[in-house]
Design a protein around this ligand. Structure first.
Ligand SMILES: [Zn+2]
Length: 297
């Protein structure tokens, strides 16, 4: 109900495949992941490589964009833009092997309201999530900031049956994680878990490439580097791969050494890191290895 439903979606197999995965809940002990971002491209940027690794192992991964992205463009806006971004998100989801939900909340206007909190409680419950990943609530963008707050506010409530009783409460509190960011105040990000995504980096870039309106139009425009975007489709993917590579910080390198050993850690070219939130289940190292089987491999 909260998801945008376009005519194209109704006729696609997306709903069918989504329903199939929903029905498969609890039938095996595979880990279920839900990544939550403010905009349709945030999950891909912050966790796309890790999602691709999970999907390759046959794990159920869902991305949720809390807003419909209807403000993120220099010439388009409103329903037309939301529709374009929804289609881009579906394509990105297909390339990564994840289900991509987009909630119909306006971009740039997100507030941490009870209504949106309940939307997220339902999404986390319906997915029967073992792991929930969201932004930290300190960020330059108010939508990112409030997405962080909203997920924190949902962290306990997903297990409380009297809240949103139309969807059964989770019997087990999930582990909540934060995506990596570079903000220093009030405290810097701590990479508790660092995943080597070198083997799937191309897949991550391919998912980002699906968000054409963002990667090649809006972000370069607002960042004043539109003149650097190559016109040729192959060239621009190569450009995107370089632009999105990120850096492996000393703290991430130390975390990689912990999880995959010193020798392997030096060979990692691309990585994504996550911090354990103080709310929700608190995993020890063995539990982290169970949830993230790609660590140490
Ligand atoms: Zn964003």
């Amino acid at each position: 109900m909260n998801t945008i439903v376009h005519p194209v979606l109704l006729t696609s197999v997306f709903l069918l495949s989504s329903a199939t995965i929903m029905n498969a809940q609890n039938t095996d002990d595979k880990v279920r992941i839900i990544m939550i971002g403010a905009h349709p491209d945030d999950c891909d940027e912050d966790g796309g490589g890790t999602a691709a690794l999970f999907a390759q192992m046959g794990y159920a991964v869902k991305f949720v964009s809390v807003t419909n992205g209807d403000a993120g463009h220099q010439t388009m806006k409103g329903a037309e833009l939301a529709k374009r971004r929804f289609a881009e998100a579906q394509e990105a989801g297909k390339r990564l092997g994840v289900v991509y939900d987009v909630l119909d909340n306006h971009d740039g206007l997100l507030m941490p309201t009870l209504e949106v909190r309940l939307q997220l409680i339902r999404k986390i419950r319906e997915w029967n999530a073992d792991v929930v990943i969201a932004p930290r609530p300190n960020d330059y963008h108010p939508d990112h900031r409030y997405t962080g707050v909203l997920v924190q506010d949902a962290a306990y409530m997903v297990a409380v049956p009297n809240i949103a009783p139309d969807v059964p409460a989770l019997k087990k509190n999930p582990v909540f994680l934060y995506y990596q960011d570079h903000f220093q105040r009030p405290n810097p990000f701590r990479p508790d878990i660092t995943v080597d995504i070198t083997s799937v980096y191309d897949k991550k870039v391919s998912a980002l490439d699906a968000h054409e309106s963002q990667m090649y139009e809006w972000l370069p425009w607002i960042g004043h580097y539109l003149d650097q975007v190559p016109k040729d489709k192959t060239e621009r993917v190569q450009w995107l791969a370089k632009q999105r590579a990120g850096t492996i910080t000393n703290e991430m390198r130390t975390s990689l050494e912990k999880w995959c050993g010193k020798g392997k850690a030096t060979q990692v070219k691309y990585a994504e890191a996550f911090e354990v939130c103080e709310y929700g289940a608190q995993p020890n190292d063995d539990e982290i290895k169970r949830l993230f089987p790609m660590l140490g491999k």
